[in-house]
Design a protein around this ligand. Structure first.
Ligand code: PLP
Ligand code: COI
Length: 355
């Protein structure tokens, strides 16, 4: 890894109040930037004042969307330590996304080092209030100018930081999810397994439709049969049916969530049957009718563990656990966030100190 050049911000802002953060609305005083040039590689890592970046109308990212990103968090523990959660998983997934989008990869050790050093530099921005954290958004985009469709020869890797609270306005209360049965998010062979902006651009219309009907997010069905549940707009999703926890397999069209992986680990350790398999929406609605759909929850960095209180599929509505957070969902939330905020022993060695 290379030495990071630092340019302090001469005009630091007043920090927002921890109780009014919301998600992704405030940004810290600095940003991390590193350039890539074909023939040279990644160069000039710097921490500079947060602000506009140079751009031209013909930069390839604006036309062909060669862009990838990640999402992770830094947590403040009671003893003052600041911790990341499984950052090497993000580094690896970002590189998987980059490879699919034909973007040069960044060595994992360098990636984690730059994230850690940048968070350390901005550590005063890690909020103190319970359930808040510093959301970390690394992203890479093509900066070469031109209209030909081919891999760019220049890129920028950037990181911005956002002190944040809950992703959903509902906080940790149950959310309502609409099953999208017309539009699709991804197909195997496409980019569904990556975190690229294009996946999200294509999802916004369905998201808007769901919001207009009073739903928080969309549950996507598979792109071929429009039958098997895949994931939600910003999280993976798990269904507890008759004691078993079932989630979609990650076989190309679903983002392999780091929270998903962690929860599967914990559930199996706790002795639950946790299965990754194709699960049709008909099977879920049938289980709901039979009173066997016990709990539904989403998993994600921003969403944490998010109870689902209602699922709407075409004209049918399934209310889950009387729209109350289920006992397993609550137990998982308490345990995972306990590890993340240092209230529960980190027996898996998932926390990574920023020091
Ligand atoms: N699925 C999608 C589409 C997401 O945007 C996210 C958020 O990152 C997830 C799943 C959950 O992934 P993770 O747990 O790694 O944050
Ligand atoms: C995350 O949870 O980190 C995400 O990237 C979800 C995002 C779309 C808000």
């Amino acid at each position: 890894m290379q030495e990071i050049k630092i340019v302090p911000n001469p005009n630091p802002q007043t920090k927002p109040n921890d109780s009014e953060l919301g998600f992704g609305r405030y940004f810290t005083d600095h940003m991390f930037v590193m350039d890539y040039t074909e023939g040279i590689g990644w160069h000039d890592p710097s921490i500079i004042p947060y602000g506009p970046i140079p751009m031209e109308p013909t930069m390839m990212v604006f036309h062909y969307a060669q862009e990838t990103f990640e999402g992770m968090k830094a947590y403040r523990h009671d003893n003052g330590e600041i911790m990341l959660f499984r950052p090497y998983m993000n580094a690896k997934r970002h590189n998987n996304s980059n490879t699919r989008l034909c973007i040069p990869t960044i060595p994992e050790d360098d990636y984690v080092y730059y994230v850690k050093e940048f968070v350390k530099y901005e550590q005063e921005w890690v909020p103190h209030l319970a359930e808040t954290s510093l959301y970390i958004r690394p992203f890479v985009f093509a900066t070469e100018c031109g209209m030909g469709v081919h891999p760019a020869k220049t890129y920028k890797f950037m990181i911005v930081l956002s002190p944040s609270g809950s992703y959903y306005a509902e906080g940790v209360n149950p959310v309502k999810i609409m099953v999208e049965h017309e539009m699709v998010r991804a197909v195997v062979g496409g980019t569904g397994f990556t975190k690229c902006g294009g996946n999200y651009a294509g999802s916004i219309l369905a998201q808007k439709k769901a919001e207009e009907s009073g739903y928080s997010q969309v549950l996507w069905l598979d792109g071929v049969h429009r039958k098997y549940v895949e994931e939600v707009g910003a999280m993976n999703i798990m269904f507890k049916i008759d004691g078993e926890i079932i989630t979609a397999p990650c076989e190309g069209s679903v983002l392999p969530g780091i929270t998903r992986d962690s929860i599967l680990h914990i559930l199996r350790d706790w002795g639950y049957k946790a299965t990754e398999r194709l699960l049709s929406i008909d099977e879920i609605m049938e289980a709901a009718r039979a009173g066997k759909l016990e709990e539904v929850f989403g998993t994600g960095t921003a969403a944490v563990i998010s109870p689902v209180g209602e699922l709407k599929y075409k004209d049918e509505v399934a209310v889950i656990n009387n729209f109350q957070t289920g006992p397993l969902t609550q137990k998982l939330y308490d345990y995972l966030t306990g590890i993340q905020w240092g209230r529960v022993e980190d027996k898996y060695g998932w926390m990574y100190p920023v020091k």
